[in-house]
Ligand binder design. Structure first.
Ligand code: URA
Length: 439
């Protein structure tokens, strides 16, 4: 193997460990060498921790993103056509939340309104669920698409959700390493991870859903605004109009957390029902995407009531080998947590619920581990809803019942039922779902 005379991993790790900047050329070398397996996993793990602790400035983050894009193919759908007419492409990406199944109905709504959505997705990261893990709970669903198949599917169906694969392969490798080395919650690493895949996948415009709160990687509005600003700048610098919404992630979205459970809830939304917050966020993000795609005369909400979004979803899943007539997997075991007293449900901590689902088997603790499709949490009473003593508040699902103990311990303290004469006061008013936008 050729030895690079200029750079070596131990020196770059020490540079960042000691709080210095990485040069453009060293970042290019590092990402390329890591993608090719020249820089070892343990060296990159050490560097990621140094970046987590020391950060990267805007210039380092921009170069890191560009190097990750250059690690693979950058797709281009500028000439995409259906029936001889050009089809605009647009995508959205969420920075990760609990119960965040929005991508599933959203791509179908936007496709039903006439745009095409090439959605490169990831797997679960930390306590947050991954769109690919969710979709793979549908029998036969295949997330690996060749570029030619992706192009055909976008032209015919208007949507595809696929493993980033050839787009930004450096991110796929880093993403899996961050997931198991406690280095996820880093602003430059999140920004470069999201934007490298999204810029490589070839969408002409991009909407970002930057989550804020206990269940998000960004805990404060200030951090989320900084992340949103950085990602919008990266998108703009690469010629892709990008807009970010800041949305609340203190409580889980909807009433289910876990792979197959969330697919079932997404299908309810596509059938015209489903939880209010999931519907509202889907419609709002769709409106933002359609505006960027120049299709803002379409009413996204109408596609949920008239069945056209459901048709688009069924067509997309079918094109990727999925069979929705096969029942979704169910966990072998369940346990219910009931209210010890009556009152009103207070806030439900999204992080506690995300960790509960993870402990039940919905996420990974080792690289490449299989997730349990049926594992997760169903929420029966949401913040602000009345609760009677003895009624179910949560149902926990897993195939491996020894997980119930640790899962219950995660959920314990993550919610409260407020009694009428509670000395701790009444539940806080519900928080707004949309907190702000950039630009
Ligand atoms: N989504 C990504 O693609 N990467 C991250 O680092 C976080 C959320």
């Amino acid at each position: 193997m050729a030895v690079n005379p200029v750079f070596d991993a131990p020196t770059l790790i020490a540079t960042k460990r000691d709080g210095h900047r990485l040069t453009d050329a060293s970042i290019d070398w590092l990402i390329d060498s890591y993608t090719r397996g020249v820089v070892a996993q343990e060296q990159m793990a050490a560097l990621l921790m140094a970046i987590f602790l020391r950060g990267m400035d805007a210039r380092e983050t921009a170069r890191w993103t560009t190097a990750m894009i250059a690690s693979g193919e950058r797709l281009d759908f500028a000439d995409l056509r259906r029936n001889g007419r050009r089809v605009p492409t647009v995508d959205k990406h969420s920075t990760g939340g609990v119960g965040d199944k929005i991508t599933l109905p959203l791509v179908a709504v936007v496709a039903a309104c006439g745009a095409a959505v090439p959605q490169a997705s990831g797997r679960g990261l930390g306590h947050t669920g991954g769109t690919l893990d969710k979709l793979e709970s549908i029998a036969g669903f295949d997330a690996t698409l060749s570029t030619a198949r992706l192009r055909d599917q976008l032209a015919e169906v208007g949507a595809a959700i696929f493993a980033a694969g050839a787009c930004a392969p450096a991110d796929a490798k880093l993403y899996a390493l961050r997931d198991i080395t406690a280095t996820v919650e880093s602003l430059p690493l999140i920004a470069s991870s999201v934007m490298s895949k999204k810029l490589a996948e070839g969408a002409a415009a991009l909407v970002l859903d930057v989550k804020v709160g206990s269940g998000a990687f960004m805990k404060t509005v200030g951090q989320a605004r900084e992340l949103a600003g950085l990602m919008v700048e990266l998108g703009t610098a690469h010629g892709v109009p990008t807009r970010a919404l800041l949305t609340d992630m203190n409580s889980p979205l909807g009433t289910t957390v876990g792979n197959a459970l969330e697919v079932a809830e997404a299908l309810e939304v596509l059938a015209g029902g489903g939880p209010e917050d999931v519907v509202a966020l889907t419609v709002r993000l769709a409106a933002e995407m359609l505006a960027l795609a120049g299709l803002d005369t379409r009413d996204p909400a109408a596609t949920l009531s008239d069945g056209t979004a459901m048709d688009a979803f069924v067509a997309m899943v079918g094109a990727q080998g999925g069979d929705l007539s096969v029942p979704l997997p169910m966990a072998a075991c369940s346990e219910t947590i009931s209210a010890s007293r009556g009152g009103t449900m207070g806030e439900i901590d999204a992080m506690a619920v995300g960790m509960t689902a993870w402990r039940l088997g919905a996420g990974r603790s080792r690289p490449g581990e299989r997730v349990q499709a049926g594992a997760g949490v169903r929420i029966h009473r949401r913040p602000g809803e009345p609760v009677s003593a003895g009624e179910p508040l949560f149902t926990l699902y897993t195939d491996t019942p020894e997980r119930f103990g640790p899962a219950r311990a995660e959920l314990d303290g993550g919610y409260r039922v407020h009694g009428v004469h509670d000395v701790h006061g009444t539940p806080a008013a519900p928080r707004p779902l949309i907190i702000g936008a950039t630009p």
